[in-house]
Unconditional design. Structure first.
Length: 405
């Protein structure tokens, strides 16, 4: 059965495929009253509609999926092959998990909603994904830089913070990029402390309904450093070991990556159910360790595990932090480090504990304490001077952008 609203010039065309009469009625009551919207509702399972659904001139396509049926996901694959880059496809499901996230990511789905879906959520989602790229060219995609510790105390947070500040100053003032650093260590995160900011991310508020998270709510949960750097960080909960649902984290990261030119992730050492998603969405991935035998072993093992588990991401690079090589020193030499890590791309950063400690205590960049210091100089070569990683940010929901591949 098919419902089509009367034709009208210059209207937004929303195409919906659903076997659910209640969902169809909700969509009809939500969109039907607007003369600016050309609403098409096709009733039936996607498996029977994917090949014939009229998507010509559609602004957005909404598909109501039964994820328990393999033929529904196959039908979604055929539909997204037909749509290509436009129109965007929004998936509506009864439930959501990391496996579905991977599938939706692979199929270039622009966004998702989990039932029950309100009319307001449906309108907001369609409005967001239905914005066409500027005629001047395709929409910018955030460049994602991720720091992952191989051992505790390796200095990951310091490197992530300094990288974010370097990216913020990577262009002239008039063309200054927007940069956000996201502290994903929800238990022991220190990004806000390093920058002397109040962490404002309230995960308890968005966990029950992650689809409620939009730009307005995100803005309330952002902290801003005087430099202009945006910070997403939650208050520390050292006595709580919580693992949030992947869709909560992915919704947050998807929204952040949609609104900034650069996003830097400070990762926890623990591997959570959403870690794959973050790594798969990264343009550059740095494993941070120290110049000790256990530190190098852990780094090599972690790189090997990532490469085996997520073969499609750019090759992880290792940063050996606080590396010192002195004459007549019995410690590890650079050649020893390189031999231990094999073919893995390797970088080292010098040790200046006094400088780093003062910058952290004052909540300021290293360059403000000591302009032209060697740590920032070498880090700039690694992060900005290095060639860009292959590929771009993978569209997650065009965004489940960080979901998984």
């Amino acid at each position: 059965m098919r419902h089509v609203s009367p034709p009208h010039e210059s209207r937004t065309r929303v195409v919906i495929a659903t076997p659910d009469a209640d969902f169809g009625a909700m969509a009809r009551s939500t969109f039907g009253a607007s003369s600016a919207i050309d609403l098409v509702i096709e009733t039936g399972p996607l498996s029977s509609l994917a090949d014939t659904l009229n998507i010509e001139d559609a602004t957005v396509v909404v598909v109501d999926l039964d994820i328990g049926r393999t033929d529904e996901l196959a039908a979604l694959s055929r539909l997204t092959a037909r749509t290509g880059a436009w129109p965007p496809v929004v998936a509506v499901t009864e439930s959501f998990d990391s496996n579905l996230a991977r599938t939706l990511m692979q199929l270039r789905v622009a966004d998702f909603l989990v039932k029950p879906v309100s009319g307001l959520d449906l309108v907001r989602t369609c409005a967001r994904v239905g914005k066409k790229p500027s005629a001047a060219g395709p929409a910018k995609e955030a460049q994602i830089v991720t720091f992952l510790p191989a051992v505790g105390g390796a200095g990951v947070t310091m490197l992530a913070v300094q990288t974010a500040l370097l990216l913020l100053d990577s262009a002239p003032a008039r063309a200054k990029p927007s940069v956000c650093i996201v502290d994903l260590d929800f238990q022991h995160g220190a990004v806000a402390d390093y920058l002397d900011l109040e962490p404002r991310l309230n995960l308890a508020e968005i966990e029950p309904r992650p689809d409620r998270l939009d730009r307005q709510l995100l803005e309330v949960m952002l902290s801003y450093h005087p430099s202009g750097l945006a910070v997403v960080a939650a208050p520390n909960r050292p006595a709580e070991m919580r693992s949030f649902d992947p869709d909560v984290v992915m919704r947050l990261l998807d929204l952040v990556s949609a609104h900034f030119d650069y996003v830097v992730f400070d990762m926890p050492r623990t591997w959570f159910s959403w870690t794959d998603s973050v790594l798969l969405g990264s343009n550059k991935l740095y494993v941070v360790t120290e110049a000790t035998v256990p530190g190098l072993r852990h780094a090599k093992q972690l790189v090997g595990a990532i490469t085996e588990r997520l073969a499609e991401i750019p090759s992880p690079q290792v940063i050996v932090n606080r590396f010192q090589q002195k004459m007549f020193n019995s410690g590890l030499r650079l050649s020893d480090v390189a031999r231990a890590l094999g073919d893995t791309p390797l970088h080292t950063l010098p040790n200046d504990y006094g400088l780093v400690r003062e910058a952290i205590d004052r909540g300021v960049p290293l360059n403000e304490v000591q302009p032209g210091n060697k740590i920032v100089g070498e880090l700039k070569k690694i992060v900005i001077g290095a060639p860009k990683a292959e590929g771009g940010v993978k569209p997650l929901m065009k965004k489940l952008r960080l979901a998984t591949g």
